[in-house]
Design a protein around this ligand. Structure first.
Ligand code: HEM
Length: 491
């Protein structure tokens, strides 16, 4: 393929790139932190270069302008997903996020999923004090999270908040998708949270079978264990969806699963191709469930780490809470009057860049980029980490400095916020950006309204990530002090 690409390049230039070994290509040159290696390679080869991962040619795109070219201006040409082994067993290839089938029916699928998510998130809250159902679910979960933190603290002093955060965020997704929340100690729930964790660990390095096809047939754990975990997760979701299909009542939409069934039964039911069948409904719920849980909980785990590492930043958020709402529960609409907190969240997105790449893209047709010829079906990596640490955009990018997002009047600089690349952009942009931003805001402000977070005495905090599909911080512990109306209550 690469030879064909390079020879075609005699007439039409192919992108530059490093020399590669037979079979393994440049796979082992990527190291423990591929986004950093690729940033280094950019210095030599420029914003667009080609390497080989195993036997697969991969186009790497860096630099804000080039990324915009690929995701916005030439969006249709780069909107596919590559045919990777790992993607193929995700929801048996019917996944909205990972399916290789890009076209009109995929576009309709995304529209349906987006509408179901929006409708349910904005649905009327059951209690009168919340503006919508999503706000109500999040408020309920964060209040439970504070209780769990207090319990953990009184038992152990310092504790690792990760599991409690994951359970709280998973519960928001469960409530949205299935109208059901679980106790943090529920066994079925913990099993699924653990399966998701195992899945991430198992997929934390690139699966070699994605890039060296013959390895698919070897009974090796690293190659086959992600599949085992995906199947367990699919099974859990399929059970819930089957149950909804059996009890569905069009006059009483309980959650996203019902909303999807409803859309499929109503509006699009007239055209055969314009609807989702039951297994596509399962895979859509699977997409929302999977995407909405690990990303948000990882972001919160990072946020709490930054807050204990920079207590002065935590104090500024607490001042903003005291000044704006005092003891009233935070609401989504408060984001407008919390510029510093919003700046902090955007700085976490930028600095941690816990999703260093988008999900891989793939060209849907022969195309050109920056004067180079790119054939159809070329796997494309978008290096979001590089854009978020580009010195031509960010002053001293390695510093964690929320203030960079505020103008001289201490208002949020929206045009700078738009330069943070964490949800992707264009046709394949994340479906859950609004949900995620609202959810993260409520979690952080509610926790800091009630608790002061502290690092454990003498603990050394490490802000470098452990590399994985979603980059988490290395495990850490924190301590809490309870706040009531600005007073500290010591445990
Ligand atoms: C896709 C980021 C939360 C649903 C994506 C992509 C990124 C991303 C980078 C891939 C874009 C691309 O391939 O170009 C994030 C981050 C989140 C978050 C950073 C939280 C901080 C959520 C939530 C949901 C969600 C809460 C839903 C409840 C999806 C879906 C896709 C997606 C369905 C696939 C879109 C497609 O393939 O067209 N997200 N996401 N995400 N996200 Fe999110």
């Amino acid at each position: 393929f690469v030879r064909a690409l390079r020879s075609k390049g005699r007439k039409q230039l192919s992108p530059p790139g490093p020399w590669s070994f037979p079979i393994i290509g440049n796979l082992f040159q990527l190291g423990d932190h591929p986004y950093l290696t690729l940033m280094e390679m950019r210095k030599k080869y420029g914003d667009v270069f080609l390497l080989k991962l195993g036997m697969v040619p991969v186009l790497v795109v860096n630099g804000m302008e080039m990324v915009k070219q690929v995701l916005l201006k030439d969006g249709e040409h780069f909107a596919g997903r590559p045919n990777m082994y790992t993607f193929s067993f995700l929801a048996e290839g019917k996944s909205l996020s990972f399916s290789v089938n890009y076209g009109e029916s995929w576009k309709l699928h995304k529209k349906i999923a987006s509408k179901a998510l929006r409708t349910l998130s904005n649905a009327e809250a059951k209690s009168s004090t919340c503006s919508c159902l999503l706000e109500e679910h999040v408020t309920e979960e964060v209040s439970e999270l504070v209780t769990v933190f207090v319990e953990l603290s009184s038992k152990n002093g310092g504790f690792d908040p990760r599991n409690a955060i994951t359970c709280a965020v998973a519960n928001v997704v469960c409530a949205l998708c299935f109208g059901k929340r679980y106790d943090h100690s529920d066994e079925e729930f913990l099993k699924i949270v653990k399966t998701n964790d195992d899945l991430l660990k198992a997929s934390s390095a690139a699966n070699p079978a994605d890039f060296i096809p013959c390895l698919r047939y070897l009974p090796l754990q690293i190659i086959n264990s992600p599949q085992k975990f995906y199947q367990a997760l699919n099974g859990f979701i399929a059970l819930h969806v089957q149950d909804h299909l059996a009890t569905y009542d069009k006059d009483h939409i309980r959650d996203i699963t019902d909303a999807l069934i409803n859309v499929c039964h109503n509006k699009y039911a007239t055209t055969k191709t314009g609807t989702l069948n039951d297994s596509e409904i399962i895979s859509t719920v699977n997409d929302l469930f999977g995407a909405g849980f690990e990303t948000v909980s990882t972001c919160l785990y990072w946020s709490f780490l930054y807050l204990i590492h920079y207590p002065e930043i935590q104090a500024k958020i607490q001042e903003e809470i005291d000044g704006n709402i005092g003891l009233k529960p935070p609401r989504f609409e408060d984001r407008k009057i919390f510029p510093y907190t919003e700046a902090f969240i955007n700085e976490v997105f930028r600095h941690a860049s816990f999703l260093p790449f988008t999900i891989p893209h793939c060209t849907t047709a022969d195309t050109t980029l920056n004067g180079y010829f790119i054939p159809r079906k070329t796997c494309t990596f978008i290096n979001m980490y590089q854009v978020n640490h580009d010195e031509t955009i960010w002053d001293n990018p390695s510093l964690f400095r929320p203030d960079r997002f505020l103008n001289e009047n201490r208002e949020l600089n929206k045009s700078l916020v738009e330069k943070v690349l964490i949800f992707g952009m264009g046709i394949r942009k994340c479906l859950g950006e609004d949900v995620a931003r609202n959810e993260i805001f409520i979690f952080i402000t509610t926790v800091l309204q009630q608790l002061k977070l502290k690092k454990c005495p003498r603990a050394k905090l490490d802000l470098t990530p452990a590399y994985g599909l979603v980059m988490r911080p290395k495990p850490y512990q924190l301590q809490i002090l309870r706040l009531r109306g600005g007073f500290l209550i010591q445990f």
